[in-house]
Design a protein around this ligand. Structure first.
Ligand code: PIT
Length: 217
């Protein structure tokens, strides 16, 4: 997986630098075993696999050398304006003051920069609700499964409301199961990339992803 990730990536990681200096005959094979690393001033992050991508950039699963913890790192691409990154980080930092397990949102750990890419480090979660439904033979959830999910979402939204934050992009892809095997239907809300303070929202702002807007209008 990490070699796929490297093939498509435009980020300068340590192993990419090594690769360029390898003799060409052995480059292919060596590239398979060389591990990609994101280096922050405080730790190396050894990339294990690719988790997902969007217009924002991509998310990779890493082992953080400093703690041996497995974390998810969202690497933002250059399409994000500095304002958007600052806005997301400001909201994530605000949420850091609250218990993410109690209020059901992803735990933001830290941020660092790799060149011009902002990297946001989060706790590792299992899979999003969309992928979970795809994996479920019936492709549906029962009311007994939906109820605890909605209860947890209501708790998260109540906190966001009390802080004057609107997520604006709630959809099955942004609701993650924490551990589908050991903690069935324990969920957390992710992706505050489009979240806004109520005070930032002006009349006419788009408040929902286009896909869901067309479905419901
Ligand atoms: C994954 C797996 C995982 C975490 C994430 C994605 C996190 C995504 C995310 C993105 C954001 C944000 C918070 C969390 O504000 O363990 O596939 O923009």
């Amino acid at each position: 997986m990490s070699s796929n990730y490297r093939d498509e990536s435009h980020y300068s990681t340590s192993s990419e630098e090594e690769e360029t200096s390898l003799p060409s005959s052995s480059t292919e094979e060596d590239a398979q075993v060389t591990q990609d690393v994101l280096s922050s001033p405080f730790s190396d992050y050894l990339i294990q696999s690719f988790l997902g991508e969007g217009t924002f950039g991509e998310v990779v699963k890493c082992v953080k050398s400093a703690t041996q913890e497995t974390v998810a790192v969202k690497i933002l691409n250059n399409n994000n304006s500095a304002d958007d990154v600052q806005n997301e980080v400001a909201i994530l930092r605000k949420l850091q003051a609250f218990d993410s397990d109690k209020f059901n949102f992803i735990r933001f750990i830290d941020m660092f920069n790799i060149g011009e890419h902002a990297c946001l480090e989060f706790e590792m979660l299992d899979m999003n609700l969309w992928d979970f439904l795809e994996k479920t033979p019936s492709h549906v959830l029962s009311v007994n499964e939906i109820r605890p999910i909605l209860h947890q979402m209501a708790t998260a939204l109540q906190l966001l409301r009390s802080l004057g934050i609107v997520h604006t992009d709630l959809k099955p892809d942004n609701i993650m199961l924490v551990d589908s095997v050991n903690k069935p239907f324990k969920i957390k809300i992710i992706d505050f990339g489009l979240a806004r303070y109520v005070s930032q929202i002006t009349s006419g702002s788009y408040m929902q992803s286009r896909h869901y807007r067309y479905l419901t209008s």
